[in-house]
Design a protein around this ligand. Structure first.
Ligand SMILES: NC(=O)c1ccc[n+]([C@@H]2O[C@H](COP(=O)([O-])OP(=O)(O)OC[C@H]3O[C@@H](n4cnc5c(N)ncnc54)[C@H](O)[C@@H]3O)[C@@H](O)[C@H]2O)c1
Length: 264
């Protein structure tokens, strides 16, 4: 069964990591998918295949407007937007420069605003659509040193509800967010690389998860694809935690590890 057959989708930040997996899953389930990313996706056939790439900076209104227009020009419609592009850094509040804060908010929050804003009109004209925002469990619970990141993801979850409330009737657009836990991507590989004992670090992180492992990009892609599909037609304004049960089991172990690492 093709869950999103013939739908037209844009996946931001889809050149690697979670976004790449989401783009591939939507494509495998029958959609025409455009990856919008500042980084090239390294695809062989950029124009004609059902998985293609357009350069997009989600924090730049002109870039967003152009890509949405190009997608509509190419396919005649827009059905699915996955706001996945995001950055993360670890910094105490007092060490977070105003420019760091602005960069985080420009990509993680304003990016979601701009892409959703310019996607609404074509979605309305297509008879409705689905927006799936990639938030984080850190929009709900916090790791240390993540003031800016957590604030940005909290905003994403709040915006998800706002869009669902305003655009359900108006544009027939459903909007939901997915809150990944620890997912193995380039973003997280760098974390283990800098540890003194990476293997022990990996084991410690695995132990935080009741399912006994870290997440994969495919774990997130499966949830996103379902939310984007008509099977989720009565689902809107919600946040879906996909974290192997991590937030179901409060623990101080990760705080202890961070305290040792940063001597706080
Ligand atoms: N990896 C995790 O454990 C985890 C956990 C929770 C939430 N998330 C969220 O999932 C999303 C993807 O994370 P990931 O781990 O795959 O990260 P990643 O760094 O591997 O990939 C992020 C992608 O976004 C792109 N990007 C960055 N700035 C952009 C911009 N201005 N415009 C367009 N594209 C831009 C990058 O080029 C990259 O391809 C992010 O929103 C992240 O916050 C990740």
């Amino acid at each position: 069964m093709d869950m999103v057959k013939d739908k037209v989708a844009v996946v931001t930040g889809g050149s690697r990591g979670i976004g790449r997996s989401i783009a591939q899953k939507l494509c495998d389930e029958g959609a025409f998918v455009v990856i919008g990313d500042v980084m090239d996706a390294g695809l062989d056939d950029k124009e004609t295949s059902s998985l293609s790439y357009m350069r997009l900076d989600v924090s730049d209104a002109g870039s967003v407007r152009q890509v949405i227009q190009d997608v509509v020009d190419r396919y005649g419609r827009l059905d699915i937007l996955v706001n996945n592009a995001g950055i993360m850094f670890e910094r105490l509040m007092e060490e977070t420069a105003e420019e760091d804060w602005d960069r985080m908010m420009n990509i993680n929050v304003k990016g979601v605003f701009l892409c959703s804003r310019y996607a609404l009109a074509p979605m309305r004209e297509s008879g409705g659509g689905a927006i799936v925002n990639i938030g984080s469990i850190e929009g709900i619970v916090n790791n240390p040193m993540h003031t800016a990141y957590a604030a940005s993801k909290g905003a994403v979850h709040a915006m998800t509800r706002a869009v669902a409330v305003d655009e359900g009737h108006r544009s027939r657009v459903r909007c939901n967010s997915v809150c990944p836990g620890w997912i193995n991507t380039e973003l997280n590989a760098a974390y283990f690389d800098q540890l003194k004992y990476p293997e022990q670090g990996i084991k410690a992180i695995e132990k935080l998860h009741p399912v006994g492992r870290m997440g994969t990009p495919e774990d997130i892609a499966n949830m996103v694809c379902w939310l984007a599909s008509d099977q989720a037609g009565f689902v809107s304004g919600q946040q879906f935690v996909v974290d192997g049960g991590r937030t179901a089991r409060p623990t101080l172990a990760d705080f202890d590890a961070m305290e040792k690492k940063y001597e706080i």
